[in-house]
Ligand binder design. Sequence first.
Ligand code: 13P
Length: 246
Amino acid sequence: MIVAGNWKMNKNATETTELIGAISNGMGDTSTKVMVAPPFVNLAAAADSAKNTNIIVAAQNMHFAESGAFTGEVSASMLLHLGIDHVILGHSERRALFGEWDALLAKKADTALDKNMTVIFCFGEELHDRKNDIHFDVVKNQLSEGLFHLEANNWQNIILAYEPVWAIGTGETASPEQAQEMHAFIRKTLIERYDPDLADGVSILYGGSVKPGNARDIFSKPDVDGGLIGGASLNADDFLAIVQSA
Ligand code: 13P
């Protein structure tokens, strides 16, 4: 199981150090992989605080180019220089608010994988897609445009995160059954494109209003391999309760 906290644009460097300290103190001997993704400016502090713990520090985004005239952007090499080799790509907020699109995300994934980084690839339908009953098509399309150009061996370094947009930050969660239904569909899609062994080996996280009160039910579903947590990852007690539910 994997439980990852996407901190989005929250916490300063001091708070980052404090929160990582509290998570590391409280997490005990769990077999769950625990990850946190602070904003770029706090990644150095985070990497430092997470040293000698089992917490993995991830970035929330990166550029595909090695370096150059890309004001405001951060490269894979810069992350790796800090010891950070996990990166979230394709979060719905990047897609909707910052105009990121499938072909761009495919390029970012290529760069990350070339650099031997692990990608947490996010995707998920919007409410109107589900209402129009095209949510499976939307998800399949996001996967094929973003990742299905990859060779099978690349998938060792990919974690999928299904995040229905209507459940992000809204307090409305997909029911455990809705999550399971989509995760099973994602695995079936991976079997069609690749093979059953590969599909079986890929971790598929659920994200969207996961809280201490609903985590256990969602994580109990057979095709749910953990969660990508937004709001509840900003509080050590809540995040730890979710880690313990995995
Ligand atoms: P919330 O848990 O706040 O709904 O956010 C989910 C998310 O977007 C994680 O990437």
